[in-house]
Design a protein around this ligand. Structure first.
Ligand SMILES: NC(=O)c1ccc[n+]([C@@H]2O[C@H](COP(=O)([O-])OP(=O)(O)OC[C@H]3O[C@@H](n4cnc5c(N)ncnc54)[C@H](OP(=O)(O)O)[C@@H]3O)[C@@H](O)[C@H]2O)c1
Length: 338
């Protein structure tokens, strides 16, 4: 079997596809034949050496895979051969609040990742996939889906009729668009592309703003909410957007701080939080329990996550290049076993 490995310091061009021997199963392990892996901005950061968490030499990258259980260890009780499953981003964060120990073994970061043709994980690190999804779609739940779920429903406590602002049309924002609409919220979404905004409207977005042609999109959000501001903003932009995200939020509302696609290192003006009573809450994906709640909701609501493109396993460097190019809408996926 083959696996992708990162060569430290060599970035995307240095990714190596190597022959490996499948791991033996421990009593609580499960062997998964992974069919698809969804990429995240974090994978590019890990591969390029930009990620602050542990990034070991020769790490197998990737956190989100879906496929089929093909073998179970002698003591496995949660899963059986034939079950369709997806990886839980943090194998050791099952439920409750995060701790350093629960976060330490994140797939494709602190621990080995999923871009391999033979995946062995503890049975606790897997979640059954919604029956109506194919594996490319099911793989997108692990990171982007769970992050959007946690931001909307755990942190934002969003209710039907409330207003959510989403930045850009990448993986997390499009997942959040689909979930927020299924929950009856009003969605305002921004993008650099009118074409992508039209696609967002076709998925149910109520209001769209082009952040290139309307750089003061925060004022626009205030106007379009009758001077009130949004109940919740999913902040994925970082240095160029965080102050605007705070300004676009209603008094006492919430900014879920998720990412920094425009770069880290923003200066935060404390007065912007004091006067507005806006709450900033950082988010780092979520627990297996949140993944299970998301999977249940996706099944009941019949949501099909948006897959932008599917690359062959051997084309991982091209898939990374496509992702970095920023033309995607929703999730970029690698097919492992078609
Ligand atoms: N904290 C967590 O647990 C967690 C989990 C997942 C992701 N993240 C982070 O969240 C961020 C988004 O992740 P993703 O996987 O959704 O990334 P992605 O698929 O690459 O999406 C990024 C999108 O952001 C938009 N964008 C770029 N520059 C922008 C700007 N200056 N202002 C507003 N929007 C801008 C672009 O949308 P348009 O093309 O439409 O303009 C782009 O497609 C990344 O920083 C990632 O590391 C964090």
């Amino acid at each position: 079997m083959k696996a992708w490995r990162i060569v430290a310091g060599s970035q995307i061009a240095g990714l190596k596809l190597v022959d490996e021997t499948p791991k033996a199963l421990g009593p609580h392990d499960v062997r998964v034949r992974p069919r698809a892996a969804a990429l995240n901005f974090r994978d590019l950061m890990v591969i390029n050496g930009w990620y602050p968490a542990v990034s070991k030499d020769a790490l197998v990258p990737g956190s989100d895979a879906a496929g089929e259980v093909v073998e179970t260890g002698s003591a496995v009780t949660r899963l059986k051969v034939g079950d369709r499953v997806a990886t839980s981003f943090f194998p050791d964060w099952i439920e409750g609040q995060p701790t350093r120990a629960k976060l330490a073994t994140a797939l494709g970061g602190g621990g080995a990742g999923v871009l391999t043709q033979d995946l062995v994980l503890n049975e606790n690190a897997l979640v059954k996939s919604p029956a109506h999804l194919d594996d490319a779609q099911a793989a997108t739940l692990s990171c982007a889906g769970v992050t959007a779920w946690r931001a909307l429903f755990e942190v934002g406590q969003i209710k039907p009729g409330q207003t959510v602002v989403l930045l850009g049309t990448g993986g997390v924002s499009i997942w959040a668009l689909q979930l927020a609409k299924a929950a009856g919220a009003r969605v305002i979404i921004t993008s650099s592309s009118d074409e992508k905004l039209a696609r967002a409207r076709s998925l149910g977005a109520d209001d769209t703003i082009n952040y290139k042609t309307t750089p003061d999109w925060d004022n626009e959000v205030i106007q379009r909410t009758s001077g009130t501001g949004a109940d919740l903003v999913l902040e994925v932009g970082g240095s160029q957007t965080i102050m605007k995200s705070i300004a676009a939020t209603r008094l006492g509302g919430t900014v879920a701080v998720i990412g920094a696609v425009s770069g880290p290192g923003a200066a935060l003006e404390p007065m912007s939080l004091i006067g507005s009573s806006v709450r900033l809450q950082g988010i780092y994906v979520g627990s297996r329990e949140m993944h299970e709640q998301l999977a249940r909701f996706v099944e009941v609501a019949g949501i099909r996550p948006v897959v932008d493109s599917v690359f062959a396993f051997e084309e991982l460097p091209q898939a990374c290049g496509h992702f970095l190019g920023g033309k995607h809408f929703g999730k970029v996926v690698v097919s492992i076993h078609p």
